[in-house]
Design a protein around this ligand. Structure first.
Ligand code: F6R
Length: 587
């Protein structure tokens, strides 16, 4: 989703903004732009495509104040005009914005009646237009009044065409962070853009006035607020791609150390509040891969604790007839902690129950703030759009959570299980090149499994479709004959996940039914292939031994690698799939 950077610096703010935008590329974007101040003039430069194209257009001359943006189009087509920064008609203000202004049509109509001319199709232009219209001398008053007029989710930075070296910002629901030092002051959607040191997280309804070496915060009544920088920039090796060609590959390899870190963090956590929870049923909620980890967590609750539990997609949670009582435990899972649907679902659940647990990779995120109990997934920074190590850490964290609720003995056993699993992963080298070759030019790929294996099939299908753009679908093995077999044609690849001995035969029966109709079979199982499997399957892959409930973490690894290789063979960029964003901050 859109990314914002604002910089005030003695040397070269434009270059620092460009560097910041490069770090925000992981969020996904289709165009980018920058506004720098020179001699009281606001200079706006925009470009379609990557930051490299923008960089080519930006003059080398230096400016002390600049704001920049990566746009992921929501309102208005992808074109330079709609890219940010967006100027007010009188060119007094330039604005970059992340989020959605829900009442933009109403504001547009109203301002157009007053003679204001709009030059873009964006909702963002209502912000610059209102700033241009509101005639308070004090810019903070101007912004406070604007905040009374707009509705929706937003984080924005704005600069004025005066001789002052300052940037203004405000936020509601979308994230925004502030860094201030005597040499450089910055605003950004992700602190990943900041140098080492302490920084501030802006809260909803706050306004910020940033200068070099000085930052002031105000509430919506323009009263100054005292705030301390409460977060610290941690350098993470994930920022650096190292010897890898893509972040996705690097992150797949980081799964093992991340699992070790997760186990250590759980050992050091105070889990007393978790153990005291009293509940009679469980709802696990997330989106995409996080929803799949919820499906696995749901099986853990049922198998280990014998509790009635259900996994739900966050986007459906509020709108379906979800029954919640005071005794319902709601667990929200999110890598970023900024997924709008998951946040909205947690807000909805908070009105019915206090039993809210948040499992996230970003402990200062908006979602984390809604949790009564916050648990880390400890994956480290994940840059590639497709989730890999974070998914595996979510599954492992849910395993640790359920075992904590079971008993102290089981908790310690679970920690040791996760450690052992990470060791297994270190040695689990799988060459998927041949497998990828077979799949790369397929029109569609099918995945089947039962129980936990069905979830792995779903996650495998999501990963492959996300970065290869091949139509991939996952089904419970037993469902094939209830309609899906009609789609099976000669040579269509069918990936069979069958890692549970008890239901292995059943999955095999479904796979062979598909083979008789022409499907090419590929197998992921828990034990070395038997002679007949070698005959029926194009390729068989067996997983190392591990506790059965943790097998989904091993089973997804080859499918992640497969997706990566297929994506490359098809000439795609696996780190930045088309039309997708890493952090989905709008509903
Ligand atoms: C898939 C993927 C997405 C995310 C989903 C939720 O590879 O990355 O499906 O899992 O958008 O994101 P978070 O976990 O940040 O809430």
């Amino acid at each position: 989703m859109c990314g914002i950077v604002g910089v005030i610096e003695k040397e070269n703010a434009t270059e620092k903004v460009l560097q910041g935008l490069e770090k925000l590329q992981y969020r996904g974007y289709d165009s980018a732009g920058i506004c720098f101040k020179s001699e009281e003039k606001l200079n706006v430069i925009k470009s379609l495509g990557t930051i490299d194209f923008l960089r080519e257009k930006v003059p080398k001359n230096k400016s002390n104040v600049a704001i920049g943006h990566t746009r992921w189009a929501t309102h208005g087509k992808v074109c330079e005009t709609n890219a940010h920064p967006i100027l007010s008609e009188n060119k007094n203000w330039a604005v970059v914005h992340n989020g959605i202004i829900e009442n933009y049509k109403y504001i547009c109509d109203d301002l157009q009646e007053k003679g204001v001319h709009f030059s873009t199709q964006t909702d963002t232009e209502t912000i610059s237009a209102l700033l241009g219209q509101n005639n308070f001398l004090n810019p903070i008053k101007n912004i406070a009044f604007l905040m009374q007029q707009i509705k929706g989710s937003y984080a924005f930075c704005a600069v004025k065409n005066d001789d002052k070296q300052q940037i203004f910002a405000a936020k509601n629901k979308s994230p925004l962070y502030v860094f201030c030092s005597p040499y450089i002051s910055m605003l950004a959607s992700d602190p990943i853009c900041f140098p080492k040191g302490e920084y501030f997280k802006m809260e909803d309804g706050e306004i910020c006035k940033l200068q070099i070496g000085k930052v002031e915060f105000f509430d919506c009544k323009c009263q100054q607020i005292k705030k301390q920088p409460n977060l610290e920039q941690q350098f993470d090796a994930a920022e650096d791609i190292g010897q890898f060609d893509h972040y996705m590959l690097k992150e797949i390899y980081q799964t093992s150390p991340a699992l070790r870190r997760l186990a250590i963090n759980f050992l050091n956590l105070d889990l007393s509040a978790l153990k005291k929870l009293s509940f009679d049923k469980v709802k696990l909620v997330g989106c995409g891969s996080a929803y799949h980890s919820c499906m696995i967590g749901c099986e853990y609750f049922k198998k280990v604790l014998k509790v009635d539990s259900e996994a739900l997609q966050a986007s459906e949670f509020r709108y379906g007839s979800t029954l919640l009582t005071k005794k319902t435990l709601c667990i929200f899972v999110s890598q970023s902690g900024e997924t709008a649907d998951t946040i909205a679902a947690a807000e909805f659940a908070s009105k019915k129950t206090k039993n809210i647990v948040v499992l996230t990779n970003v402990l200062h995120s908006t979602l984390a703030k809604l949790g009564k109990i916050i648990l880390p997934i400890s994956a480290g920074v994940e840059m590639a759009v497709a989730s890999t190590k974070a998914y595996s850490c979510q599954v492992a964290a849910l395993y640790l959570l359920v075992m904590t609720l079971k008993s102290e003995k089981m908790f310690y056993k679970a920690v040791s299980d996760v450690f052992l699993l990470s060791k297994k992963l270190d040695k689990f080298y799988i060459n998927m090149a041949e497998f990828a070759q077979e799949i790369s030019f397929a029109q569609s790929v099918f995945f089947i499994g039962k129980g936990l294996d069905y979830v792995t099939a779903m996650e495998g299908a999501l990963k492959l479709k996300e970065i290869s753009y091949i139509n991939c679908n996952a089904y419970p093995a037993g469902e094939l004959k209830h309609g899906i077999l009609t789609l099976i044609e000669k040579d269509v690849p069918l990936i069979v996940v069958a890692t549970q001995p008890k239901i292995y035969e059943k999955t095999m029966n479904s796979a062979l039914e598909a083979k008789s109709r022409g499907a090419k079979l590929f197998l992921i199982s828990a034990s070395p292939p038997k002679a007949f499997e070698l005959e029926d399957f194009e390729m068989c892959l067996s997983l190392p031994k591990c506790p059965p409930l943790l097998r989904p973490i091993l089973a997804i690894l080859p499918l992640q690698k497969l997706s990566y290789l297929v994506s490359i063979q098809r000439g795609n960029n696996p780190d930045m799939p088309r039309n997708l964003a890493k952090s989905v901050t709008v509903e």
